[in-house]
Design a protein. Structure first.
Length: 340
């Protein structure tokens, strides 16, 4: 009896950690990608071939890894998972490729961080199914060519521009960009997750989480779990019921405002408006003022602000929009209107 309970608890923990959909009909959003991938998989199956190599790119948390898992489940194939930074040497990649079984899927996350020497070994592996290994050095060096089992490479990246053109061109199955989700799609994802987590979520509470979730499923699920934790610790009544008040208090504690801006977002806009008059300001200047790396500002802070129309990137630098001024309670000056 105890063993069954322990197994159930372990399953609940795994589900709680991932909340990944297990079937195509459970995967909400990204319809154009799903339709294309379904055709790719079905055509390959009817021909008796393995699916061609696929690259997914887009901001973090939109479902790139989830799509890879779904493809593996739909095709009934084993998937080996690694990441660009984990493959440090040519030998690491050779070990992974030679241990694949025929028809396996190799998933490489953050593939843009692959070592260039490793990347060059990957070209013939993807294109011709062979592995070229150089043994020895200098005049006595020789190349050995090993035949590899047929495999499908699925890769994911948040920075597609950093992937070299030769590598991108070898994803013959397609290069797909994942888009941000609509509030309606996010609401459906939260509704599904709440049922899996056995949470009773009121309609207004669901809408409150959805509008603060930055159009991103990972963020939505994170907020749902933190609201559940808050209710569990602070609620005196039913701890599995989440109403708007509990959700609002939980998200306020996380410093997430009503449109999803966190403390870093607000600090960025406040410095831009108070210190630099709303802009225009160059990236290096903003990075110095915030004591942040330029890459962090470009990849983490700015995308959501641009999505909401709170920030503009102009030829002269970053400019806070009228909407940003109004949201933070600053006066919008005429000179800013001319710049935009």
């Amino acid at each position: 009896m105890s063993s069954k309970k322990d197994t159930k608890k372990a399953e609940d923990v795994v589900l709680d950690q991932t909340l990944r959909p297990a079937r195509w009909d459970e995967y909400i959003g990204q319809k154009h990608i799903k339709d294309n991938v379904k055709i790719l998989l079905r055509a390959a199956e009817e021909r008796g071939h393995i699916p061609e190599h696929i690259l997914f790119y887009g901001p973090p948390g939109l479902g790139k890894t989830t799509l890879a898992h779904l493809i593996a489940k739909e095709t009934g194939r084993q998937m080996k998972i690694t990441s660009g930074p984990a493959i440090e040497k040519v030998g690491d990649l050779a070990s992974i490729l030679t241990n694949l079984a025929p028809g396996d899927i190799l998933f490489i996350d953050e593939i843009h961080r692959l070592n260039k020497m490793v990347e060059e070994i990957l070209y013939p592996a993807m294109e011709s199914g062979v592995l070229d290994i150089i043994i020895g050095k200098g005049p006595s060096a020789r190349t050995i060519q090993l035949d590899l089992p047929a495999f499908t490479l699925i890769a994911a990246t948040t920075r597609v521009a950093m992937i070299s053109s030769p590598l991108r061109s070898r994803f013959s199955g397609g290069v797909f960009r994942l888009e941000f989700y609509s509030n309606e799609e996010i609401a459906k994802i939260i509704e599904r997750s709440s049922k899996l987590l056995d949470i009773v979520l009121e309609t207004e509470a669901l809408a409150e989480i959805a509008k603060r979730s930055r159009f991103t499923p990972r963020t939505a699920n994170y907020f749902l779990k933190r609201a559940r934790d808050f209710a569990q610790v602070n609620s005196k009544s039913n701890k599995k019921n989440l109403d708007k008040k509990i959700v609002k208090e939980a998200l306020d504690m996380l410093a997430v405002d009503e449109i999803g801006l966190n403390a870093s977002d607000r600090k960025f806009l406040e410095i831009l408006i108070e210190k630099f008059g709303g802009g225009p300001v160059g990236l290096k200047t903003m990075a110095a003022a915030l004591s942040e790396e330029e890459a962090t500002i470009e990849e983490v802070v700015e995308p959501y602000l641009l999505q909401l129309g709170l920030l503009e990137r102009t030829a002269r630098g970053r400019v806070a929009t009228k909407k940003a001024h109004e949201h933070l309670g600053f006066e919008f000056k005429e000179k800013q209107e001319k710049l935009l």
